[in-house]
Design a protein around this ligand. Structure first.
Ligand code: ATP
Length: 140
């Protein structure tokens, strides 16, 4: 089933989420405050927009509350990530998935109602450790 996604923040994590969802045939709105990041994603998303994720009016004019999922992939700036998540939940977005930077960030996101909190670096580290552990080594 084709779903509607919006991805806010197009760093390495956000842009790869965006490109993969697009490849899977979903509708994806890619958002970043940096024009360069937006230009780089136009061929790999349904729509792309330059906007600040902490600007309520900008989010409203993009019709953000109508999306099935909004992914907040603003990493380094915890304050912006938190404010963006808060605005999205206040606006009634049902499913807000957020990339957390650390455990404190995670706790705050939990309190303000983020629906799913992800730690891509840790999760990938765990997966790779499992791969390494199950890798067969042929000893001569
Ligand atoms: P990654 O590891 O995925 O590359 P990161 O953790 O280093 O990312 P940042 O570089 O802080 O995270 O942010 C990712 C993207 O989010 C950047 O492209 C940045 O321009 C964008 N961004 C940061 N703040 C905002 C904001 N308030 N509104 C929209 N986009 C933002």
């Amino acid at each position: 089933m084709r779903k509607q996604f919006a991805v806010i923040g197009l760093g390495r994590f956000g842009s790869s989420v965006c490109k993969e969802l697009d490849k899977l045939g979903h509708e994806v709105l890619a958002i970043d405050k940096d024009v360069e990041k937006v230009n780089q994603i136009t061929n790999f998303s349904t729509h792309a927009a330059i906007a600040n994720g902490t600007d309520e009016t900008a989010l409203q004019s993009l019709g953000i509350r109508n999306f099935d999922y909004v992914i907040v992939a603003i990493g380094d700036n915890i304050q912006s990530s938190v404010l963006c998540t808060l605005l999205l939940k206040e606006m009634g977005v049902e499913r807000v998935w957020v990339k957390a930077q650390n455990d404190y960030h995670h706790k705050v996101l939990e309190k303000i109602g983020a629906d799913k909190i992800v730690h891509p670096e840790q999760d990938m580290g765990t997966r790779i450790a499992h791969h390494l552990s199950s890798e067969k080594i042929i000893d001569y």
